[in-house]
Design a protein around this ligand. Structure first.
Ligand code: ADP
Ligand code: MG
Length: 730
């Protein structure tokens, strides 16, 4: 029987994968056409209903039942006009993907007449059967109820799935007793916490500020491979990454893929998912190749954080669906292939006021410069004080392969701010005297605005190896994993920033009370913060061995594996912090910690099983078949009297193969034993650590021998598509 590998290669080269792509329409003419935008709402809602929706979006005003009915009716009318028959509450449970439960508008009246209906109650709240979503023990099984509640700040949209269309209502997901079970609820709370602290600090500079919002622009990296080839790799199907595979002769060393022309088949795929994205109001802006072969990136224009997170989650879903249409598979895993770059999701984060000021953009006057400096230095201080929480926010089984690996941020959290701003901070530290007086106000001019060209230069030549980099008017959190929900990192960043700003305000106020002039007080606290947090600043090569040593000397944490990196989430410090800012209760934090640990250990467990299965059912049989071929060959030569020195090569290969076969078998057995031991542990953290330290090390050991076998065994006997095929055939 021909193996799947060769069938896939045949299919691929026969080229029957052409797809017609619709996306020739002008973007502006289709943008947001499947979104219930405010403009659409204006057309479909009464004045009262529209005003109420607007009030809810702008100021969080409650929508009463009667009005909710009107909004629901308007939404249904709009959706039905487009051919929609079903609706769903769309939410983001802690599995990491989005979830839906579709209900139809169709219902029966008491007398049996059919009726299409969508009432306010159905819009506002639903009770999906939630018992199998992760809850970290928050929902006892007897009380399995979870509720989804409408989030009016993120507009409803229509999702096309095959021929069907569904009205999706973005919602938060909470337990019966109100604990959050998703990413969105705490994210919204963290945005509110940051708003509160930031507005107060803004008031030192501008009393007109009443709201500070948070922006996110994400950059999504991904791999694209042929679907047939991917399906012939059980490891890709089950885990999203290849657990075996010898490095191809050509990898990324030529760097010829980066910014090269996009392969045609992938280009058609990109245009197709972009078309879907535009109709869903996702403002994609850039697309390009990444460094590794078959790796790409897309990025939208930044948006308000909550919406940006929804859009990223939605796009990951759209990308996977559209790929199917093109007989491609998109890999969002952080490290689908060993030996070449992994994928990240850079999170560009900034804060803006309702007066139109980006708080992370250097200003044009001394006053706005001081405001910039305050927010800038507070961010550094937040990263310094809570680096452990930021690290925890990006910890996952997938990201463990990537952090510290080839071309990726290390597990040490540091911040890069560029040469110019480093000098500014140094000057403040050395020149602002303790008796800072008005004469020193010259300092405040700082001339940052005049140095903008210099700043830009700094940022174009910026350090790509830093996990947290200032890039001109925003910070870029680069350590986020490509498959992660952005909310996790962002909500922690918001919360530590809220905390730092609140303390800043307290300290400045105290100095003012003692008689300092406002600007002087602010400058003094900024100076203290620079002193206290400068050890987190690093401008050098974050991937280097020296940095790891230097960071250790500086006392910066370097938590390499997820089970340990998650610990800070449940420290007393973290519990107080999240409670104070009303983002997580203690039990919510403990539940999250538990869920993340469980997610981790389940992934490693599944990978272990896949490795065992593949070794047993694919690798060893193919290797033994080839071993037999060699034995027959040797026997035959011997039978006809050929001297042994003439088949020395065969004997050598046979010996080598036999050795690797033995090793694979023995190691797979040992790994199973280690898994059994780990499974016997009852404490989730201990179990996760056992999987990490006792089971996972076998993965690489087994892989070493399997990859050697791949080089030795007859290519036609090898059933798993090889790296060269996955990465270069399309
Ligand atoms: P790159 O990092 O690849 O050079 P850019 O810096 O141009 O790309 O932009 C990356 C992302 O940052 C985009 O999504 C962009 O919209 C976003 N971005 C730009 N300015 C801001 C800002 N002030 N706040 C948040 N995100 C921003
Ligand atoms: Mg970037």
């Amino acid at each position: 029987m021909q193996s799947l590998r060769f069938k896939a290669i045949d299919n691929l080269t026969s080229g029957n994968h052409e797809v017609n792509v619709e996306g020739s329409a002008k973007i502006t003419s289709i943008f947001g056409e499947n979104v219930f935008t405010l403009k659409t709402a204006r057309d479909f809602l009464s004045d009262d209903a529209y005003k109420s929706l607007l009030g809810s979006i702008k100021t969080g005003q409650k929508i009463d039942r009667h009005v909710a009915n009107q909004i629901a009716a308007g939404m249904r009318q709009w959706a039905e006009k487009k051919g929609v028959t079903h609706y769903t509450h769309w939410f983001q449970p802690l599995t990491g993907t989005s979830a839906e439960k579709h209900d139809s508008f169709f219902t029966l009246k008491g007398d049996g007449t059919p009726l299409d209906q969508f009432e306010g109650d159905a819009l506002v709240q639903q009770e999906p059967d939630a018992s199998s979503f992760p809850s970290g023990g928050l929902r006892a099984t007897f009380e399995a109820r979870g509720y989804t509640a409408w989030d009016p700040t993120s507009p409803a949209f229509i999702m096309h799935i095959g021929q069907g269309m569904t009205l999706c209502i973005p919602t938060i997901f909470v337990s019966y007793t109100g604990e959050s079970l998703d990413y969105k609820a705490p994210l919204i709370k963290s945005i509110e916490a940051l708003n509160k602290s930031a507005v107060e600090v803004c008031h030192y500079f501008d009393r007109n500020v009443t709201k500070v919002h948070v922006n996110l622009g994400w950059e999504q990296e991904y791999f694209v491979v042929d679907e047939g080839l991917a399906n012939a790799r059980p490891d890709l199907v089950m885990t999203g990454r290849t657990v075996f595979g010898h490095t191809p002769a050509k990898g990324q060393q030529l760097e010829d893929h980066y910014f090269g022309s996009i392969p045609e088949r992938v280009y058609a795929y990109m245009r197709d998912f972009e078309y879907e994205a535009y109709r869903l109001g996702i403002p994609l802006r850039t697309r390009h190749n990444e460094v590794a072969p078959a790796q790409f990136e897309c990025a939208p224009i930044f948006e308000e954080l909550n919406l940006a997170v929804d859009h990223n989650t939605l796009l990951m879903d759209v990308m996977s669906r559209v790929a199917k249409r093109h007989k491609l598979k998109v890999l969002l895993h952080e490290k689908p292939f060993a030996g070449i770059n992994g994928s990240g999701k850079h999170n560009n984060w900034s804060m803006g006021t309702d007066t139109g000021v980006n708080l992370l953009a250097p200003g044009k006057t001394p006053k706005t410069n001081l405001m910039f400096l305050a927010f800038f230095v507070n961010t550094i201080k937040a990263v310094h004080d809570h680096a452990d929480l930021l690290r925890a926010s990006i910890a996952s089984a997938g990201n463990d392969h990537r952090l510290g690996a080839n071309e990726a941020p290390p597990a040490i959290i540091s911040a890069y701010i560029g040469h110019y701003l480093n000098k500014v901070l140094e000057e403040i530290e050395t020149r602002v005297s303790d008796k800072f007086d008005e004469q020193d106000e010259v300092m405040l001019k700082l001339d940052i605005h005049k140095s903008i060209p210099e700043l830009l230069l700094d940022n174009t030549d910026r350090n790509r190896t830093s996990p947290f980099a200032f890039t001109g008017n925003k910070f870029e959190f680069r350590a986020v994993g490509s498959s992660a929900n952005c909310a996790n990192g962002m909500l922690i960043l918001n919360t530590i920033m809220a905390e730092t700003l609140a303390n800043f305000k307290k300290e400045v106020d105290a100095l003012i009370e003692k008689g300092d002039k406002k600007e002087v007080a602010i400058m003094q606290v900024i100076k203290t913060y620079i002193k206290e947090s400068k050890k987190v600043l690093f401008e050098g090569d974050g991937y280097s061995e020296e940095w790891t040593k230097e960071a250790a000397k500086r006392g910066l944490p370097n938590l390499k594996t997820t089970p340990i990196a998650l610990d800070p989430l449940v420290s007393d410090k973290a519990k107080k912090l999240f409670e104070k800012h009303n983002v997580y209760t203690h039990s919510e934090l403990e539940a999250r910690h538990e869920i993340e640990l469980e997610k981790y250990l389940k992934i490693v467990q599944i990978e272990g099983r896949v490795i065992g299965d593949l070794a047993g059912n694919h690798i060893l049989p193919a290797s033994i078949r080839y071993q037999n071929m060699l034995i027959n060959n040797i026997k035959g030569l011997k039978d006809i009297g050929v001297p042994e020195k003439s088949y020395k090569a065969q004997l050598n290969i046979l010996e080598e193969i036999s050795e690797h076969i033995n090793k694979v078998q023995a190691l797979a057995f040992e790994m199973t034993e280690a898994r059994k031991k780990a499974n016997a542990l009852t404490d989730t953290r201990e179990k996760a650590i056992a999987y990490c330290d006792k089971v996972k090390p076998y993965f690489d050991e087994i892989r070493y021998h399997v990859d050697k076998l791949e080089l030795l065994v007859d290519d036609s006997e090898w059933e798993l598509p090889k790296y060269r095929e996955l990465l270069f055939l399309r």
